[in-house]
Design a protein around this ligand. Structure first.
Ligand code: ATP
Length: 325
């Protein structure tokens, strides 16, 4: 559905300092039909720029791509007909009624009024918007508006839809609801979905496959589980009497594959390849030495650990820095 090779985009910096921003630095992408791919990266990583290139809104400075079977550079119109694009802010007119927005959007894609009305009714049903057709857009909740944005992106029945940060600004319940809808659309209609996100939980919950971008370059790709498996092992945190912590640490150190050991008060922390396998052995050894375990936690690796392993930075920290900037 998407094949991109060496996509690049440079921007000329405005102002007195001038210079260039190399926003995307040679991106290769392959997305198969029916896949739900998450494009993950911190603020400023190049997600939106890549998406805008793939959706013909921005010309690449270098590289080639085929999107929905059409060449991005020689047949941008063909690409536009075959894709849906749901931008971050959406593009709805606040005063217009939901039904009118849907019909207008259909007509922009040269659908007949009757077809646009019928498709609008169908999408309103699928996206839980039925009954809201006569409401002005400005009266919708945040979640309803995002679902309307998605319906608008799907009015012409594209085989591929791009969603730019679909759940940004939604409360947790509306986010979970939106995810359900995205999953259902994919399952029911076999649509290929390419979505950008800087939310780790969103990427984890939705994507068959993740492509991680940082500093304009792809730094990793794979299923969420495969990426997590690249982080070596589970983090284990054992609580014991502070007076026995050094002895407990000595025991933990002898566990097969134990690393990154640290002791703080009565907390002994380390990594092992499999926390669930190491724990019974640790318990037996502590017991044999008369050390009582007061608490234990096993942390499976998260996508943030993956990001940290890949880039040396935490995605969350990169995010916070981005927001503060
Ligand atoms: N029109 C532009 N002119 C100059 N620089 C730009 C322009 N658009 C993007 N950039 C720069 O390119 C880099 C990548 O931006 P982009 O919006 O693609 O990142 P992103 O990963 O989508 O971030 P976000 O999550 O904040 O949307 C940033 O450094 C940004 O400032």
């Amino acid at each position: 559905m998407i094949t991109a090779r060496g996509l690049e985009r440079r921007f000329r910096r405005k102002g007195r300092t001038g210079g260039e921003v190399h926003a995307v630095r040679g991106v290769d992408l392959d997305v198969a039909a029916g896949e739900l791919v998450g494009f993950l990266g911190p603020n400023g990583a190049g997600k939106t720029t890549t998406l805008r290139m793939l959706t013909t809104l921005l010309k690449p400075t270098a590289g080639t791509a085929t999107v929905g079977g059409c060449d991005l550079l020689s047949d941008p119109l063909g690409v536009r007909r075959r894709i849906g694009y749901v931008a971050q802010g959406g593009g709805t007119a606040p005063e217009r009624k939901v039904a009118d927005e849907l019909v207008l959007q259909g007509q922009l894609y040269r659908m007949s009024r009757a077809d646009a009305v019928a498709r609008g009714v169908e999408l309103a049903g699928q996206l839980d918007l039925a009954g809201l057709e006569q409401r002005p857009v400005k009266t919708l909740s945040g979640g309803q508006r995002r679902r309307l944005d998605i319906a608008l992106g799907l009015i012409h029945s594209p085989g591929l839809v791009f969603l730019d940060e679909p759940s940004t600004g939604l409360d947790p319940q509306s986010r979970a609801n939106l995810w359900d809808h995205i999953r259902r659309l994919r399952a029911g209609q076999g649509i290929t979905v390419f979505l950008t996100t800087h939310y780790l939980d969103e990427a984890d919950a939705l994507s068959d496959r993740l492509i991680v971008i940082d500093g304009g370059r792809i730094v990793a790709e794979g299923t969420p589980d495969a990426l997590k498996a690249r982080v070596n092992g589970d983090r284990v945190e054992v609580g014991v009497d502070p007076g026995q912590a050094t002895d407990a640490a000595g025991i933990a150190e002898r566990l097969p594959g134990a690393r990154e050991l640290s002791v703080e008060g009565g907390q002994v922390r380390f990594r092992v390849p499999r926390g669930d396998v190491a724990l019974p052995e640790l318990l037996r050894a502590l017991d044999a030495d008369g050390i009582a375990m007061r608490s234990v936690q096993v942390h499976r690796p998260t996508l943030d650990d993956v990001f940290l392993t890949l880039t040396g930075r935490s995605l969350r920290k990169a995010e916070e820095a981005g927001h503060a900037a």
